[in-house]
Design a protein around this ligand. Structure first.
Ligand code: NAD
Ligand code: MG
Length: 369
């Protein structure tokens, strides 16, 4: 049966790769496209891939009639889809995930922020098997656990350490955006590339894993080559993993075709291409934000929403060359120190914490500029 896919965040790094996969897969059909603000690319994608619906989230004065925008845009792109790929960046992606959860629609989830800020509200959809992870580490764990009958002892997420791994700790504080955006192993959107260098991304992934694979101990190891995409350790002491050159099309194809078997060869590498594989402990001096954000995840309630909002504001200011790389951690830690957490009852409670934390983060950024 043909599966209709909605691609949210179609003009981004993940969205663009997803469109290529859907185009090449006879069993997948592109239902709709949604982007944030890149109208030029959206128009090109609409012409080339011919979805039923194309939409833009930001206000669009000069939009052609066949591009929809404005209120209810999310409902319209999701209506009629069998699977929704959520590749929106930031907490802006949560609303779409909640619509999928309410309607019982399969969610191929790249937008890890949905689980970081709103895991509580997505619990039922996770339990119902409605979320298939796209993040490479979580896709690996999902695949290693699939059909595994023996008890699991722990999960180990691998972390490349991003560009910060190759910059001395002294110089890191003042490292520039060009240096930080030069990720050694993955080619991704700007925010996640900066988050890889601070390891806020890995802290988010710990939170994401906790929601997806609840109750299992989660560890993190440094692995600069990004060949092993995470491990599952079984009670008998044996380790399972998925290996291959870093390529997001592998987890994307798996999630979009799940549970059917993906037959299209994506990666054609050999162990002889990989070289030596190294693993080491995380260096906390180099990645001070990691512990703060993991702790926010452990504390739960609106703490992770505050951490995410602070990080979104700080990364945008860093990319705009307003604050230094080291300041990103300062913004996150100060916002968390001043945050008053509340229980998560609905989307509104999260959005209120998100809003207040952004205001606070902007104030701190202004002081640091
Ligand atoms: P990106 O910045 O390249 O693209 C983001 C997309 O989201 C764009 O199409 C943008 O137009 C859209 N967008 C932004 N705000 C929006 C809004 N309010 N409504 C609708 N669309 C909006 O980001 P990316 O690297 O593709 O990452 C997307 C998500 O996938 C992030 O959550 C990221 O953490 C996750 N992820 C990315 C990778 C990767 O390799 N890029 C790997 C794992 C997980
Ligand atoms: Mg990842």
């Amino acid at each position: 049966m043909i599966r209709k896919v909605a691609v949210l965040g179609s003009t981004g790094s993940i969205g663009i790769q997803a469109l290529e996969i859907i185009h090449a897969s006879p069993e997948l059909e592109l239902h709709s496209l949604l982007c944030g603000s890149n109208l030029d690319l959206l128009l090109k994608q609409k012409e080339y891939y011919a979805p039923s619906i194309a939409a833009i989230a930001s206000p669009c004065g000069n939009c052609p009639d066949d591009i929809i925008s404005g209120q209810e845009v999310l409902q319209k792109v999701i209506d009629g889809a069998d699977t929704v790929l959520n590749a929106i960046v930031g907490s802006a992606g949560l609303h779409a995930s909640l619509i999928c959860s309410d309607r019982g629609i399969t969610l191929a989830l790249a937008n890890k922020e949905s689980l970081v800020v709103g895991g509580e509200l997505l619990r039922d959809h996770i339990t119902a098997g409605g979320i298939i992870p796209v993040d490479s580490e979580h896709s690996t764990i999902f695949r290693c656990l699939h059909g595994e009958l023996r008890p699991v002892r722990s999960i180990t997420l691998t972390a490349s350490g991003g560009s910060a791994r190759y910059i001395s700790v002294d110089k890191l504080q003042t490292a520039g955006a060009d240096e930080i955006l030069n990720h050694p192993t993955w080619d991704m959107g700007e925010r996640i590339t900066v988050d890889s260098a601070t390891m806020v991304n890995k802290a988010f992934e710990v939170i994401e894993a906790r929601w997806l694979f609840g109750g299992i101990q989660i560890d993190v190891v440094m692995h600069p080559q990004s060949i092993v995409h995470s491990f599952v350790r079984l009670e008998d002491g044996s380790w399972k993993a998925l290996l291959g050159k870093p390529d997001m099309k592998v987890p994307l194809q798996y999630a979009l075709q799940y549970p059917d078997r993906g037959l299209d060869l994506i990666s054609d590498d050999s162990p002889l291409d990989w070289g030596a594989l190294e693993f080491s402990e995380l260096d906390n001096r180099r990645y001070p934000a990691f512990d703060s954000v993991v702790r926010a995840g452990q504390d739960g309630r609106t703490w992770p929403a505050a951490a995410n909002a602070a990080d979104e504001v700080a990364v945008a200011a860093f990319l705009a060359r307003k604050i230094s790389f080291g300041d990103i951690t300062t913004v996150i830690e100060e916002v968390l120190a001043g945050h008053t957490a509340s229980d998560i009852t609905d989307l509104k409670s999260i959005m209120e914490a998100d809003r207040a934390s952004r205001v606070e983060a902007e104030r701190i950024v202004k002081r640091l500029c």
